[in-house]
Write a protein that binds this ligand. Structure first.
Ligand SMILES: Nc1ncnc2c1ncn2[C@@H]1O[C@H](COP(=O)(O)OP(=O)(O)O)[C@@H](O)[C@H]1O
Ligand SMILES: [Mg+2]
Length: 229
């Protein structure tokens, strides 16, 4: 589902990612970890096609980022969804409208949109907030709206950039359960996090540890040594 080979990325003369390679199958779960500034967000943005591929190969959800023209990026985004660290939801729209948006832009008919949105909001315990404006709900709820909006289209790949960053332990674990469910049902998940608790909660997951731009792919035991920050 995802194959990254010899990926490098620089901002000016600063090489943020150096020669990264890893591959994930359908339904794999990868924790992307490493200290602040290690390049986690940069890697997610390259996978999502929002930063142009500079060096190396990336195959994701059947797309080759090296040859994919910009005008076809929207097709990639139908299969590869992202939860941004800063949510990027629309504050003056309701929870329901925010989550419906990706389905509406795909041209889904209104009845189906409402049905799907209701199901996703229920799954994220947001059903009672459906009519609220996003600026009137809590940070934790806004974070879940961002997740709902990413998963409402049933993407093949779900990328999430520190999605539990602002949540307490209980809410983090609840949200982690949502990601786990998608993983169990065959979605490939890449989740950037600092949280050892989160990584511990899914022993079967792969771990990619970024440090000084290079990556170590670890099993959990090796990860414990190498990813202890
Ligand atoms: N748009 C940008 N322009 C210049 N430097 C950037 C940009 N985005 C990120 N960086 C730099 O790249 C490095 C990695 O950043 P980032 O991918 O955000 O790391 P992380 O998500 O692991 O904290 C940092 O040194 C950061 O300052
Ligand atoms: Mg980041």
């Amino acid at each position: 589902m995802i194959q990254v080979k010899h990926l490098s990325h620089s901002f000016g003369r600063h090489w943020v990612l150096k020669n990264i390679s890893f591959s994930l199958d359908k339904g794999d779960f990868l924790f992307l970890t490493g200290p602040s500034g290690a390049g986690k967000t940069t890697l997610l943005r390259v996978l999502h096609g929002s930063l142009a591929l500079q060096r190396g190969r990336v195959l994701i959800a059947g797309f080759d980022l090296k040859t994919l023209p910009e005008k076809r990026l929207y097709q990639l985004r139908r299969q590869v969804a992202i939860v941004f660290q800063d949510f990027r939801i629309l504050p003056d729209k309701s929870v329901r409208d925010n989550v419906a948006l990706p389905l509406q832009v795909r041209g889904m008919i209104s009845g189906q949109v409402q049905k799907r949105v209701r199901a996703v909001l229920r799954g994220l315990h947001l059903d009672r907030k459906a009519g609220h404006l996003c600026r009137e709900i809590s940070g934790g709820e806004q974070q879940r709206v961002a997740v709902a909006r990413a998963v409402v289209t049933n993407p093949k790949v779900l990328l999430a950039d520190e999605p539990t960053g602002n949540l307490d332990k209980k809410l983090s674990m609840q949200l982690m359960e949502v990601f786990r469910q998608f993983h169990i049902h065959g979605t490939t998940v890449v989740l950037a996090t600092h949280s050892e608790n989160l990584i511990n909660s899914l022993p079967g997951a792969k771990i990619l540890c970024l440090k000084d731009g290079s990556a170590t792919e670890s099993s959990w035991n090796a990860g414990e040594e190498e990813c202890a920050y």
